[in-house]
Design a protein around this ligand. Structure first.
Ligand code: BG6
Length: 479
C-alpha cells in the first residue's frame, strides 16, 4: 500500500469505461472535479474516457464543459482547466481491436510524459458488459504492468457483482483468472461513508463499549436504510434487482460486518478485510421456514407504472429481514435488516439495543428503559446513547434521556462526492480497505441467495404500501 499523502507523486491515467453514463455524471465526475479544484490529484494525471458513442474530441470537451457547470465551486476558468485533463476514445466494449487502439492512445500519453504511468481502469458500465471488458483488457495486455516496479494496473468495478451466488462466482472466477486480487477494487460506497469508517474508530479506539460488545450485553441490532427517494428513472435496472440485491446484499451487510467484526489488532488492509469477511461467513443461512416467517417484502403502489418496470412486477422496493450469526459472540442476537424506497422519512442508521440490567436498581412498577446506542448516518451523522436517568425531584423516578454526539454540520457533508473521492484516491494509493474482497462478496451472496429463491417460490407474499408513508412492517413479525 502506498502512502495516501504521496498520491500526488503517483503518475496515473484513469480510463473510465462508460464515460458518458449517469454514474460518471452524477458521482465520479463531481468527485474528480472536487479533487481537481482542491489540488488533490496526482501532479501527472490524465483521464481517458471510453464509450460507444461516436463523438468527436471537440464534442466530448463541450459535453464535459457543460456537465461541469453544475458542480460545486465551478467557474469557467476551472472548468476549462478540468477539461484539459481528459481525452476521449470511442470504441465498442466487445471489440478487441478497440482495446488495442486504446493501448496506442495510452502509449502516446506515456511517451509524452516519458514514463510508464500507472493505469486505473474504472468500469462505470452496466454489469452485462463486465465480462467483455475484462476479457479484452486482459487479451490486449492493457492490464499488464510495464515491469514489476513500474506502471501498476488496477481495475475498479462497481456493484452489483453478479445476480446471485452462482453468477457472482462465475464473475469472480473470470476475474481471478485474468487479474490478481491486489489489482481488483470492488466498490461499495457505504464503506467510504464517514460514519461507517467511524464505527471502527468508535469501537476499537475507545474503551467505552467494546469490552462487553456481543451477546451478553446486546439484545438486538436494527440496521436501517430507509429512503424518501423512489426508483425514478432507474426502472429498467431496479426491476431486475430489487431492494435486497440493490442495497441489502452489500450496504446493509457491510454495516452489519463493521458492527460485529472482531478487533483487527492493527489498521491494516488485510486484517480489516479478513475480519469483515470472517464475520460475514458466520451469517446463518436462512431456511425456507426463515423466509416464510422472517423475510418480509413489499412494493410501493405506483411502482409498476415506472418506465422499464414490468406491469406485473414482483420486485420488492422494501424488505425487513431477521438475520443471525453463528459466531459465539453473537449467537442468538437478532439482526434486523430493513430498507425501503419512497418512505416518508429518510432514516439510515444502526440501532443497538442493550439488554435490560439484571439485577436492576429500577423503581418498581415504572416503565423500564433499555439502553440504546444509535449510530446515525442520515439525516444525522452521529451517535446517540439512550439511557435511564433520575427525574428531578424528591422521588426516585426514572426517565429516558440521551447523550448526543454530532459528527459535523449537515451542510459539510457532500454526499457521493466525498465517498467517491476517497474511492478514487484509494484506488490510486493502492489501499483496498474500503473495497470489498472476493471472500466478502461470496459470504454476502450465500446469505442472500436462499431469500431470493424463497421469494421466487412465494414463501413470503409480496405486500404493498402507499408511497411517502411511514410504512414499517410490525416488529413482532420478525422478532
Ligand atoms: C445505491 C443504490 O447503491 O445506494 C441506490 O443503488 C440507493 O438505490 C443508494 O439509493 C443509497 O446510497 P446513499 O449513499 O444515498 O445512502
Amino acid at each position: 500500500m502506498e502512502d495516501k499523502m504521496q498520491t500526488k507523486n503517483i503518475p496515473t491515467i484513469i480510463v473510465i469505461f462508460g464515460i458518458t453514463g449517469d454514474l460518471v455524471k452524477k458521482k465520479i465526475m463531481p468527485a474528480l472535479f472536487s479533487l481537481f479544484i482542491n489540488n488533490q490529484l496526482p501532479t501527472t494525471f490524465k483521464i481517458v474516457g471510453f464509450s460507444r458513442q461516436d463523438i468527436s474530441p471537440k464534442d466530448f470537451e463541450k459535453y464535459l464543459f457543460e456537465t461541469s457547470a453544475q458542480y460545486k465551486d465551478a467557474n469557467i476558468k476551472t472548468r476549462k482547466a478540468f477539461c484539459k485533463l481528459f481525452s476521449y476514445h470511442s470504441g465498442v466494449f466487445e471489440n478487441l481491436a478497440d482495446f488495442e487502439d486504446l493501448e496506442n492512445h495510452l502509449r502516446k500519453i506515456d511517451d509524452d510524459w516519458g514514463i510508464c504511468a500507472n493505469k486505473l481502469f474504472y468500469l462505470a458500465v452496466p454489469p452485462n458488459l463486465y465480462e467483455a471488458i475484462f476479457k479484452n483488457l486482459a487479451a490486449s495486455e492493457l492490464t499488464k504492468p510495464c515491469s514489476p516496479e513500474e506502471g501498476w494496473t488496477r481495475i475498479l468495478v462497481e456493484k452489483p457483482f453478479g445476480k446471485n451466488l452462482e453468477t457472482s462466482e462465475q464473475l469472480e472466477e473470470l476475474l481471478s483468472s485474468l487479474f490478481k486480487e491486489v489489482q481488483i477494487y470492488r466498490t461499495d460506497h457505504y464503506l467510504a461513508k464517514e460514519m461507517l469508517q467511524n464505527i471502527l474508530a468508535f469501537r476499537f479506539s475507545n474503551n467505552l463499549f467494546e469490552t462487553n460488545w456481543g451477546r451478553q450485553n446486546i439484545e438486538r441490532v436494527h440496521i436501517r436504510l430507509m429512503e424518501k427517494i423512489g426508483v425514478e428513472d432507474r426502472g429498467n435496472f431496479y426491476d431486475s434487482v430489487g431492494a435486497l440485491q440493490d442495497v441489502g446484499q452489500n450496504h446493509l451487510l457491510q454495516m452489519l460486518a463493521l458492527v460485529t467484526m472482531e478487533h483487527p489488532r492493527e489498521f491494516s488492509v488485510d486484517a480489516i478485510r479478513k475480519n469483515r469477511a470472517d464475520i460475514l461467513k458466520t451469517l446463518v443461512l436462512p431456511t425456507e421456514e426463515d423466509v416464510r416467517t422472517s423475510a418480509f417484502r413489499a412494493q410501493y403502489a405506483g411502482y409498476r407504472d415506472i418506465a422499464g418496470v414490468a406491469p406485473d412486477s414482483q420486485t420488492e422496493t422494501y424488505f425487513k429481514i431477521r438475520a443471525f450469526l453463528s459466531h459465539p459472540k453473537w449467537k442468538g442476537v437478532p439482526f434486523i435488516l430493513e430498507s425501503g424506497k419512497r418512505l416518508q422519512d429518510q432514516r439510515k442508521d444502526i440501532e443497538i439495543t442493550l439488554r435490560h440490567p439484571n439485577p436492576c436498581l429500577c423503581p418498581k412498577k415504572e416503565q423500564h428503559y433499555k439502553n440504546k446506542l444509535t449510530i446515525g448516518i442520515e439525516p444525522i451523522e452521529g451517535v446517540t446513547i439512550h439511557f435511564g436517568s433520575k427525574k428531578e425531584g424528591f422521588d426516585m423516578e426514572l426517565e429516558e434521556r440521551t447523550l448526543d454526539f454530532r459528527f459535523r454540520d449537515a451542510e459539510k457533508r457532500t454526499q457521493y462526492i466525498e465517498e467517491y473521492k476517497k474511492l478514487l484516491l484509494d484506488g490510486i494509493a493502492g489501499d483496498q480497505t474500503l473495497f470489498v474482497s472476493s471472500e466478502e462478496v461470496r459470504a454476502m451472496w450465500r446469505f442472500i441467495d436462499p431469500i431470493i429463491i424463497g421469494w421466487r417460490k412465494n414463501l413470503m407474499t409480496l405486500a404493498y404500501y402507499q408511497p411517502d408513508t411511514s410504512f414499517v412492517f410490525a416488529d413482532s413479525f420478525v422478532e
